[in-house]
Design a protein around this ligand. Structure first.
Ligand code: PRX
Length: 670
């Protein structure tokens, strides 16, 4: 029987035909990517179209050392291109117009459709023309709040075609969060849908957008155009009823317009905007430890090269394969591995709207079987949720098409890895545990399916061009075995270039702790065989079901409540979510901590951030453990959360009785 202590070799059937079919070949390619990045990436760049050719003299320049001046990274500077042209026109010109780009699978199994490369190109051109007609120009930001539907892909590429910068916000964020992000990026155009069914739940997306737009208007920012896809009318609701088009969705005259009233009429001819290699392609918000979200900016040429190359090698995608990434398009995984990476490789993908549990808990497996999926990419939290159901749900489905299984978003525990490997992969698939971040643009640590002997839970080795290091607290590099801060010593093409409108924050957040390195905020361990194991965040960030958020963000929402004097939030391990929120609050003098307050606090977090941020535990804390200088000792709170009385040294606490009180007042459900 396999065990998590073992090393699993790639199955010979996977390795035999893989792009990288041995560890020695990986090492050789890796070395070349480090020794001669111009040659390595230059070769890859030749596959794409450059309106202004690449100048080898300005191929790659950077400064990663804050002591030497401003931080910057430039790839292929001086070349011009268009990413939508490379993803669509190029593939159509190469004879793949009739190839399916996406199989769309709806929430309800009766709903499905497909889109070829040629048709996708036409739709993107139409939508791009609509954006132009609405006055959107190169560099303008377009806010997007969309479900997993084909129009979401069309929207992204329509923006890219005219050089507009898309700014997607995951359609699970609240109206408040969305408004904050629209204001930050100053978007004048918004694209959404009336609503979407997720399992048996109806999400009224346009209503949320209306609230967001109102909030923006109160702050003096008016969204000029809101384009709305009428989606609910064309899908089957859980009760089996088809809804009518233009249902009760309120539309504001002069601002809101239905997609179907303007897009189908638009021309399918749209000259692409040739943009500079380093012009921004999109921005995407990620949580910051101060609580204010950071608008991560990715640029065009480097991101194209990196999305394309990681997709090809990490999933070992071959021309007739069918690939499926379950991530929502509103996260970076959706950007790079639902849209840009697959299309850059002329891939056929599945785009799935629903949840793993609808109509039954075997939906993922049935979709794999239906489309004969070869590469399946999901998150540990989904795997852990599905592991709870009987094995037979997986065993009875023919999953023999599968070749590569991917994992992303958080460390995968060996138990979940083994279940994925044995039950889903039937011990013949390679598992790629891909470590990366919104900021990195694409995979940075990952096994390669035909080349890397796998260790359950190890993200293993760097991708081409990536140079990781482990540092101790004083910035000394840990060579060989050991554990430390995970950093990168030089840029790869897909790394973010700045934070929107805030380059100083970019420099302080990522480059000031260890000058000369990009600091991930994660810790990692290198074992005796050189494998890297990411151990999780080393800052004040929480990872709940793969959703990154900051303790500060949640604390500031909790303290908004008039009855809360102070709040501190820590992560507590959770069997399915990975981590969950454990909140300590001290109430104002006159307040009693009761169920009403508890409900209000949970509701407040849902409203301000989104349902995924709802706390699992809220503890009434008479006081918080603080140092004499007033700093909250989170280390102790983390111990209370897991009921571990081995709290270590408490001599720096102003009042050590607090600790005992906290253990004594843990809620029964904690
Ligand atoms: O802590 C790491 C964790 O997710 C963080 C990045 O989150 P985000 O920017 O939302 O992007 C998620 C999708 C790429 C990282 O700092 N993380 C992501 N993948 C892994 C991981 N931790 C361990 N192993 C992974 N494979």
């Amino acid at each position: 029987m396999p065990s998590e202590k073992s090393v699993y070799l790639p199955n010979p059937s996977v390795a035999k035909n893989a792009f990288v079919s041995s560890f020695a070949q990986y090492q050789e390619m890796y070395q070349k990517s480090i020794d001669n990045p111009e040659e390595f990436w230059g070769e890859i760049a030749k596959q794409f179209y450059w309106e202004t050719p690449i100048d080898i003299n300005s191929f790659f320049r950077y400064n990663f050392d804050i002591r030497k001046g401003p931080i910057y990274t430039k790839w292929l500077d001086g070349a011009t291109t268009n990413i939508a042209y490379n993803l669509l026109d190029r593939n159509v010109k190469n004879g793949f117009g009739d190839k399916v780009a996406f199989y769309w699978e709806g929430n309800h199994p009766d709903d499905y459709s497909r889109l070829t490369y040629k048709k996708l190109l036409e739709e993107v051109c139409r939508f791009a023309n609509v954006l132009r007609s609405k006055g959107v120009k190169k560099g303008d930001r377009v806010a997007v709040y969309m479900p997993m539907i084909l129009e979401a892909v069309i929207t992204l590429l329509g923006c890219a075609r005219i050089g507009a910068v898309h700014s997607l916000v995951f359609a699970g964020f609240s109206a408040d969060s969305f408004a904050e992000r629209i204001l930050d990026c100053e978007a004048r155009v918004l694209v959404t849908a009336d609503g979407v069914w997720r399992g048996e739940k109806l999400l009224s997306l346009k209503n949320i957008c209306d609230q967001s737009m109102n909030k923006c208007a109160q702050k003096g920012h008016n969204v000029k155009t809101c384009i709305v896809v009428s989606h609910l009318g064309r899908v089957t609701s859980p009760s089996g009823v088809q809804k009518n088009r233009n249902n009760k969705t309120p539309m504001q005259e002069g601002r809101d317009v239905w997609w179907h009233d303007i897009v189908p009429q638009a021309s399918t001819d749209c000259v692409p905007e040739w943009v500079q290699a380093e012009d921004p392609l999109f921005m995407l918000y990620t949580s910051g430890s101060t609580g204010k979200p950071k608008g991560v900016v990715h640029t065009t040429a480097g991101y194209l090269l990196y999305a394309a190359t990681t997709f090809k090698y990490v999933f070992d995608y071959k021309p007739n394969d069918v690939y499926w990434c379950t991530a929502d398009i509103g996260w970076i995984t959706g950007h790079t591995y639902v849209v840009y990476g697959p299309l850059a490789n002329c891939a056929t993908s599945v785009l799935y709207e629903g949840t793993p549990f609808y109509p039954n808990n075997d939906r993922f497996w049935l979709v794999v079987k239906k489309y004969k999926v070869n590469q399946f990419y999901t998150a540990p939290t989904a795997i852990r949720a599905l592991m709870k159901f009987e094995d037979d749900l997986v065993k009875r489905v023919d999953l023999s098409s599968l070749k590569v299984l991917g994992s992303v978003g958080e460390p995968i525990n060996p138990e979940a890895w083994m279940w994925y490997y044995k039950l889903v992969g039937r011990e013949k698939c390679s598992i790629v545990d891909t470590f990366w971040q919104t900021e990195t643009g694409g995979h940075v640590l990952t096994p390669l399916p035909g080349a890397t002997p796998m260790k359950p839970g190890a993200a293993a080795f760097p991708f081409f061009g990536v140079q990781p290091a482990l540092l101790d607290e004083s910035g000394n590099e840990i060579k060989g075995e050991g554990e430390g801060y995970l950093v990168f010593a030089r840029p790869w093409p897909g790394i973010m270039r700045t934070l929107y409108n805030n380059h100083p924050r970019y420099e302080t957040t990522y480059f000031s702790k260890f000058p000369g390195y990009y600091c991930t905020g994660d810790g990692a361990r290198r074992d005796a065989d050189g494998y890297l194991w990411v151990t999780g965040r080393v800052d004040d960030m929480l990872n709940v079901s793969g959703h990154l958020m900051s303790t500060a963000e949640v604390e500031s929402v909790l303290t908004e409540h008039p009855n809360v004097a102070e709040a501190a939030v820590v992560a507590k391990p959770h069997p399915v979510k990975g981590e969950c929120l454990y909140c300590f609050i001290t109430t104002t003098d006159t307040t009693r901590f009761d169920d009403k307050l508890l409900t209000e606090l949970k509701q407040l977090v849902r409203e301000r951030i989104g349902p995924f941020a709802q706390p699992d535990v809220v503890q009434n804390a008479p006081a918080l453990p603080k140092t004499r200088s007033g700093k909250i000792m989170r280390r102790i709170l983390r111990k209370v959360a897991v009921n571990d009385r081995d709290v270590g040294d408490v001599s720096t606490l102003a009042d050590s009785h607090v600790v005992e009180e906290l253990f004594a007042s843990r809620p029964v459900n904690a």
